[in-house]
Design a protein around this ligand. Structure first.
Ligand SMILES: Nc1ncnc2c1ncn2[C@@H]1O[C@H](COP(=O)(O)OP(=O)(O)OP(=O)(O)O)[C@@H](O)[C@H]1O
Length: 553
């Protein structure tokens, strides 16, 4: 049967679909040419009349931004229209005939250095323009770049902004809040995953895309140096020139201040062949720290095939609409973003989580209501987990953290610059190598508290916050997290109902590292429970006055 959207757009076929809605190829029945177009349907992740108007306002604002971007940049699809129907929102945009970069690599294998350079050289001015409008794309990846058949030019699709408006939610206190962080694990840098994207986050994603084009490997297939956190990719693209390799390396530096500050700078480095590196402040693990294999959870096996990374929408926060976000200088945008991330720690917020199928966008429920709609068939899991001796004893199911944990609850929460009212950190949360000699000891949480806090965060469904309590080397351990954050969330959000900490004992601690043994009990969503003993390695993150988890086994 023919589907006519808005009494006008005749659907030809579905192009894709995920947690936010579907995307259709359609023709415009009210244009003489029946011009083809892409109709993108967006569903608010919470279908609640209370927030409808807010979503609507944001949607309109963001559509206006897309209109502006698309009208002046040839390599961004033109916005033709936007409308609402029932409780759903639609944008209608130019259909770009071509192949995505993912299609390209699938069809013809890895691209040559000159092809990759050309793509970068053609895209960087587009990014420069987008950034000049104070917009961060937030989801640059091979799937979101189409090589246009007409002229071979790369076109940037799928701006995160509009989807973000769909993330407006009502938290457990009944307050309207927002929002979600848009991005794709592996392609998105850590500051973006923490809710604080900066312009160079897009450069990072673009450089990760270039690595995919040169190596054919998705980020999750690449190893990282467990000490420096650096992504090891050169060995998969040995013939790449030092200039291109240097440009990419600088763009994917862990810390934004080590990257190119602007798209123009990156473009010039590419064209002129000069790559200078600012002084390194790379995250380093102490030499003595063990690397951290731990048992694969018994409930599932990691699929050896690496799926295409999905866009995820995670984390509650305070409306990171495509507002001005200025890099490194305490602008309003950073302030907002910091509040967003701060909100991650404090607030119990509801975000929809729908993992419809592998390779589809995900929205996450950090639901205080425990209403995860995660597809529990997901067969990847990677976190400290019940031991092989998982039993199906008769237990209290779905205990809340308050009801179930035997551990004292009156522990001081973490203090980070983000949840402090006075300190707004303009830099991403970065475990620091700084010795702690001059740090005030007053509010320093104990390692046991850190472990306790980690599980409380998980029990509250704040997976993104919990994820950011892991050291980067641990996050990037692809045996444990083959799909990065998505694997983490698949496990915690999809399988685990609650974790009780039965006992926590400190094995050793010094200024920089600590080892904590924890006896845990996992309550699974399928009703099973099982005990588990985990030995945590912790690193002191002086910059944020907290411990981060660098290993668990
Ligand atoms: N303007 C466009 N022109 C041509 N194809 C498009 C356009 N926008 C999206 N597409 C294609 O439509 C398909 C579905 O798009 P959609 O944005 O829903 O992506 P997705 O991969 O399903 O989800 P996501 O990017 O959110 O993870 C993709 O293959 C994408 O390349």
């Amino acid at each position: 049967m023919e589907t006519l959207l808005d009494n006008r757009y005749r659907v030809i076929r579905t192009l894709g679909g995920g947690g936010f809605g579907e995307t259709f190829l359609a023709e415009d029945s009210q244009m003489p040419s029946n011009r083809r177009c892409v109709v993108k349907q967006l569903r608010p992740i919470q279908n609640n009349p209370q927030i409808y108007q807010l979503v609507q306002e944001r949607f309109q604002r963001e559509a206006a931004i897309l209109e502006d971007l698309g009208s002046y940049a040839d390599q961004i699809p033109t916005l033709y229209a936007y409308f609402q129907s029932n409780t759903q929102f639609y944008v209608v945009q130019e259909w770009v005939e071509g192949d995505t970069l993912t299609d390209k690599v699938r069809q013809q294998g890895v691209l040559s250095e000159s092809a990759v350079r050309e793509i970068l050289i053609n895209l960087l001015p587009v990014l420069e323009y987008v950034h000049s409008k104070r917009i961060i794309h937030r989801d640059i990846k091979p799937d979101n770049i189409i090589l246009r058949h007409r002229d071979g030019k790369p076109v940037l699709i799928d701006f995160g902004a509009v989807r973000e408006s769909m993330g407006t939610v009502v938290n457990s206190q009944g307050n309207t809040t927002s929002s979600i962080v848009i991005g794709t694990p592996g392609y998105m840098p850590s500051e973006q995953a923490a809710g604080r994207p900066v312009y160079s986050s897009d450069l990072y994603s673009l450089a990760m895309t270039a690595i995919y084009l040169l190596t054919g490997k998705q980020p999750q297939e690449l190893e990282t140096d467990p000490r420096s956190g650096e992504i090891i990719w050169h060995r998969h693209a040995l013939s790449v020139s030092p200039t291109l390799a240097g440009v990419i390396d600088r763009a994917i530096a862990y810390h934004p201040r080590e990257r190119f500050a602007t798209a123009r700078e990156m473009l010039e480095a590419l064209q002129l062949g000069v790559v200078s590196f600012p002084p390194t402040v790379a995250y380093q693990q102490p030499q003595s720290l063990p690397t951290v294999p731990y048992q694969q959870p018994p409930v599932a096996t990691a699929s050896p095939a690496v799926n295409l990374p999905n866009t995820v929408a995670v984390s509650p926060g305070t409306a990171p609409t495509p507002q001005p976000i200025t890099q490194n200088n305490g602008s309003k945008g950073i302030l907002l973003s910091s509040l967003i991330a701060g909100g991650l720690i404090g607030a119990s917020v509801v975000v929809g989580f729908a993992l419809t199928r592998p390779n589809q966008p995900v929205t996450q429920s950090t639901a205080s209501s425990n209403e995860s709609t995660l597809n529990s068939n997901v067969t990847q899991t990677v976190e400290p987990s019940p031991s092989e001796t998982s039993t199906n004893q008769n237990t209290t199911q779905n205990p809340t953290p308050q009801e179930s944990s035997q551990f004292p609850r009156n522990l001081r929460p973490f203090t980070t610059p983000l949840d402090s009212q006075t300190s707004i950190n303009t830099e991403p949360t970065t475990p620091s190598q700084t010795p702690v000699a001059n740090q005030p000891e007053v509010n320093r949480p104990s390692p046991e508290e850190a472990v306790q806090n980690y599980y409380e965060t998980i029990n509250q469904g704040e997976y993104n916050t919990a994820w950011n309590l892991l050291a980067p080397s641990f996050q990037n351990n692809r045996k444990l997290h083959p799909k990065g954050y998505l694997s983490y969330v698949d496990w915690w959000g999809g399988q685990v109902q609650n974790v009780d900490i039965e006992q926590v004992t400190l094995e050793q601690a010094n200024a920089d590292t600590a080892t904590v043994n924890a006896k845990l009990r996992y309550f699974m969503k399928n009703g099973k429970q099982s005990p588990s003993s985990v030995r945590f390695s912790l690193l002191w993150d002086a910059g944020n006055n907290r411990w981060v988890v660098s290993g668990a086994r």
